[in-house]
Ligand binder design. Structure first.
Ligand SMILES: *Cc1c(COP(=O)(O)O)cnc(C)c1O
Length: 478
């Protein structure tokens, strides 16, 4: 059953807490303060303590998250986040410091951030990092502003950014926000960049190519060296979308693939609970020649002393209040130090193994549009099921009936009826098998009685939502 709103529990005079009788004379607030500041129409719910506790407990039980079960939302890396990171991020000495505290008083904290930067630079093969950006998309914007500033500084005019059609939707959006025109290029029949089309699209006016590698189909661009050469020869820069580094971490580094700028999503690969808009960190890394343009201030080290360097005349400026989402950065550092380099490699191995295991079991029932080897995620198509009467959307809803979460659907756009599945490295064989069996069961249901799937979900607290109305006429006020 759906949980009611807290307002619907309200009953006049009900209280959560009763104050003891006044020991001083009561005053008439309106007489002394006037009614300028008092409002009658706020209409707060009048509820008791037990009403509040039960309401919010009921809401928490309706929720589904990585602590409830598998969450195979492709490209989002919804893996289990170790509680150890949470404990460390909540330590008083870390959680209670103020960002503008004197540098001398928070040397330990600055040391953590500095070492995190060093670790991330090592993992990604870049020369310097900024921890300021608050999300992947924010990191993209930061990286592109750095690229724009670089060309402005050199007096070179460039207006275009190339984005493949398999790119994450934030890529073209960030390019436009940074003031560039987007040139989209199609993938070839292997789900990779079409080199001939890339050559046709490249000219003097191209500032950068934004690439996700492995791309959103989970496929590694095998021609990456040639792609890098084509862009660099034309005087452009290479931007790497490293949101999902658990596909290559410990095995391949974007810096070694000749990328000039990248962002990493610490909230995905480096384990911070995320979703619903935050919190996150889209840490950006650059090669040596782009260092002067990084956001101000840059965390620097002078012998044994850490400090914020504001003396950066070519910087793109500040792009986040204070220095970034500190709590997320602490979790990432805790995660990296817990696993160590061999643990991070194992993470990648398990992410790739889990995805490929699932892909090979599920391609018996669903169309696999690209046969190429995939890494941490893969994309299936529900076209066969659609012909029999149930779409990918229906399948996603039916999964909820079985108490499991749905994959990303209808993305990437290059695949019809797409299901983009990323099991992540934290799921064991039993959990993977349960998810595989559920999808196979649903596929069988579609053969026998597609209406069950078409009308799903049946068991959830709310059934079919009017998604168009919700998007067009959002009503955020009760
Ligand atoms: C998640 C993701 C992004 C965007 O990251 P946000 O933190 O959601 O802004 C960009 N690119 C790829 C490949 C992603 O998976």
């Amino acid at each position: 059953m759906a949980e009611r709103l807290i307002k619907e529990y309200s009953s006049p005079g009900r209280k959560g807490y009763s104050l003891p009788p006044l020991e001083v004379p009561d005053i008439d607030v309106e007489e002394h303060v006037g009614n300028k500041y008092s409002r009658d129409e706020l209409d707060f719910p009048e509820v008791s303590e037990v009403d509040v506790v039960r309401h919010y407990t009921a809401l928490s039980e309706l929720n589904y998250g990585v602590d409830s079960g598998i969450y195979p939302l492709g490209s989002c890396t919804m893996k289990y986040n170790p509680k150890r990171n949470e404990d460390i991020a909540r330590l008083n000495k870390l959680a209670h410091i103020h960002p503008y505290q004197n540098e001398d008083d928070v040397q330990g904290s600055l040391e953590i951030l500095y070492k995190l930067k060093e670790d991330l630079a090592e993992i990604s093969g870049m020369d310097e990092m900024t921890l300021q950006p608050a999300s992947g998309a924010h990191g993209e914007l930061t990286g592109l502003l750095i690229i724009r500033k670089y060309f402005e500084d050199k007096g070179i005019e460039k207006s275009k950014v190339i984005v493949p059609d398999s790119a994450h939707g934030t890529n073209p959006a960030s390019a436009v926000m940074a003031g560039f025109d987007v040139v989209e290029i199609d993938s070839n029949e292997h789900g990779m960049i079409d080199i001939d089309k890339l050559k046709d699209a490249v000219d003097d006016d191209v500032a950068a190519l934004m690439l996700t590698n492995p791309n959103t189909l989970g496929i590694f661009e095998k021609d990456i060296s040639e792609i890098a050469e084509i862009i660099h020869e034309a005087g452009g820069l290479l931007y790497y979308d490293g949101a999902n580094l658990n596909a290559v971490m410990g095995y391949a580094r974007p810096g070694d693939m000749d990328f000039d700028v990248l962002h990493l999503n610490l909230h995905k690969t480096f384990s911070t609970p995320h979703g619903g808009g935050g919190p996150g960190s889209g840490t950006v890394g650059v090669k040596e020649f782009l260092k002067p343009y990084l956001p101000r201030p840059v965390l620097s080290k002078d012998e044994d002393c850490y400090y914020w360097d504001y003396e950066r005349s070519k910087s793109i400026g500040k792009i986040h209040a204070f220095y970034g989402n500190y709590g997320v950065l602490i979790r990432a550092y805790s995660y990296i130090k817990t696993l160590g380099s061999s643990g991070l490699k194992k993470t990648t191995e398990n992410a790739v193994l889990n995805a490929n295991y699932m892909k090979n079991k599920l391609k018996e029932d669903f169309v696999l549009p690209y046969e190429e080897n995939s890494l941490h995620e893969f994309v299936l198509s529900g076209v066969k099921q659609k012909e029999k009467g149930a779409s990918t959307l229906n399948i996603a809803k039916r999964l909820l009936d079985y108490g499991q979460y749905a994959p990303t659907i209808y993305f990437p756009l290059v695949v019809k009826e797409a299901m983009m599945i990323e099991p992540t490295e934290t799921e064991n064989l039993d959990t993977l098998n349960r998810f595989i069996d559920t999808l196979k069961t649903i596929s069988k249901e579609i053969e026998e009685n597609p209406d069950i799937v078409k009308n799903a979900p049946h068991n959830t607290s709310v059934r079919k939502l009017d998604e168009v109305k919700a998007a067009r006429e959002p009503d955020l006020r009760w």
